[in-house]
Write a protein that binds this ligand. Structure first.
Ligand code: DOR
Ligand code: ZN
Length: 478
């Protein structure tokens, strides 16, 4: 018996890590996991919860959500988005900078920190890396940006994609801080050209969106970004991997030792080109849902670890914005942070991946890649008590009206799932309990800056970096 009183003991469950599952009780004290051990061996506790037959997972860490505040709060805001996360077993989100205004300076980051004070779950904030804000990057880092986002291709918000020159300089600056740069890896000019050609030819169907963005857009962008990362030493992350073809530049970069990670999202695993007719314009997302052979290749890549993690690209819009006869007018993306875990647990139930694979991809890998490990991403003594308690047998049907996001319309409408998070704890506190949001946990979430550890990357070619080039002297000087 241990000599302290725990705040809470989860009794009788199965604890899961990235490589093992075992019967264990879990004691929580002061927001941390205090002990994990044989059933019955826990200290006395103020509260004890029987989780027999249930899985005790580290909460999902979703490094790709769009909560829309400031600027597009008719689609989502920090309260509704983080409530959706809490209901979905996600305990930490990293939020994207394509709000209005975009998060491209320290002042804009501070405004977002203010908006995020309503969050139910812990969060990281992305700063923007754009053509015209290189002077702001150091300020964004100092103000607490947890990672950076570079839109190599356009998507919602239509932020212009930076030139390769600006990307190189941004990578040089950020490599010194070690913060990861997440890439919307679609090459802009190919898509712009194809979209214009298709629209001019009067092609307006949902499948024309897929034709406008052939996988070469991703192959080009992943290869180019990897080259810049290798040259500068910057850490990079490929968002929403959608194609078989881009796996090759990703694998080659990893083999060369580039610090590069990759994610995919449930839609690229569970939907394919055959779904465009049934789902219609709601399926429009960037990058697009592709062929069945692409999703099969991504399934292989998540099992092998080439694709490191699962995220959602949670991107809510209103039904009016999504339902459009002309595909080019439909906003891109859909909510995902509440449905990711049930959808993926259903794949565990179907035997396509193991529950340990799932924990590796949903919690361990993102915690490691974004510097939250060992404080988050695992159920072990000393870690923060971010926990999803899952009933692996529970069945639910995904219905827009049950989702907590403001923009609810989803291509997964009507899908029956097996395996649902029934409680979610963030640093030891219930934010979801028995499938109900814990309303007074609003505002419990906090930014992860205090636990994040991203040591400086090993800069390459630093002597050639723009900042290291000595100013000219003498008659050439400006
Ligand atoms: O479809 C998308 N929608 N892809 C993205 O990368 C951004 C997102 C959004 O913000 O709506
Ligand atoms: Zn996104």
């Amino acid at each position: 018996m241990q000599d302290f009183t725990a705040d809470l003991v989860l009794r009788g469950g199965t604890v899961v890590s990235g490589n093992a599952s075992f019967a264990a009780d879990v004691a929580i004290k002061d927001g941390l996991i205090a002990a994990v051990g044989a059933p019955g061996s826990m200290p006395p506790a103020r509260e004890s919860l029987d989780v027999t037959g249930q899985w005790v997972l580290p909460g999902a860490i979703d490094v790709h959500v769009h909560f829309r505040e400031p600027g597009y709060t008719h689609k989502e805001d920090w309260e509704t988005g983080s409530a959706a996360a809490a209901m979905g077993g996600t305990t930490t989100v990293f939020e994207m900078p394509n709000t209005d205004p975009p998060t491209r300076s320290a002042a804009e980051l501070r405004a977002k920190q203010e908006a995020a004070r309503k969050s139910y779950v812990d969060f990281g904030l992305y700063g923007l890396l754009a053509e015209d804000n290189l002077e702001e990057l150091e300020g964004l880092v100092a103000a607490g940006a947890n990672a950076f986002k570079c839109f190599m291709g356009n998507t919602f918000g239509n932020l212009p994609s930076p030139s390769t020159g600006a990307m190189l300089e941004g990578f040089e600056i950020l490599a010194k801080h070690g913060l990861r740069i997440s890439l919307h890896a679609e090459e802009y000019s190919i898509m712009a050209n194809r979209t214009r050609r298709l629209a001019e030819a009067g092609r307006n169907d949902p499948l024309d969106h897929l034709k406008a963005r052939p996988a070469i857009v991703a192959v080009e962008a992943v290869g180019r970004a990897a080259a810049l990362a290798e040259w500068t030493g910057a850490r990079v992350h490929v968002l929403h991997i959608s194609s078989a073809a881009e796996l090759r530049p990703l694998a080659e970069a990893k083999a060369r030792g580039v610090d590069i990670t990759g994610e995919t999202c449930p839609c690229y695993l569970l939907l394919d080109s055959r779904d465009y007719g049934r789902v219609g314009s709601v399926i429009r997302v960037n990058p697009p849902v592709r062929e069945a052979s692409d999703s099969e290749a991504i399934w292989h890549a998540i099992r092998s670890g080439l694709v490191d993690m699962i995220a959602t690209d949670h991107a809510p819009h209103t039904p009016e914005e999504k339902r459009q006869d002309v595909i080019w007018r439909a906003d891109c993306g859909f909510p995902g942070v509440e449905t990711q875990m049930p959808l993926m647990l259903s794949q565990v139930a179907a035997g396509r991946i193991t529950i340990e694979d799932y924990v590796r991809m949903s919690a361990e890998a993102p915690a490691r890649a974004f510097g939250l490990w060992p404080a988050k991403g695992r159920i072990a003594p000393g870690a923060q008590a971010d926990i999803a308690v899952v009933d692996p047998q529970r069945r639910e049907v995904i219905r827009a009206e049950r989702l907590h996001s403001r923009g609810k319309i989803t291509p997964f409408e009507g899908v029956e799932v097996t395996g649902v998070p029934v409680h979610t704890l963030v640093r030891g506190r219930f934010v979801q309990r028995d499938r109900k949001l814990v309303a007074d946990a609003k505002g419990w979430g906090r930014q992860v800056t205090d636990i994040q550890r991203m040591p400086p990357a090993k800069p390459q070619n630093a002597d050639l970096a723009i900042n290291a080039l000595a100013p000219r002297r003498g008659k050439d000087a400006a």
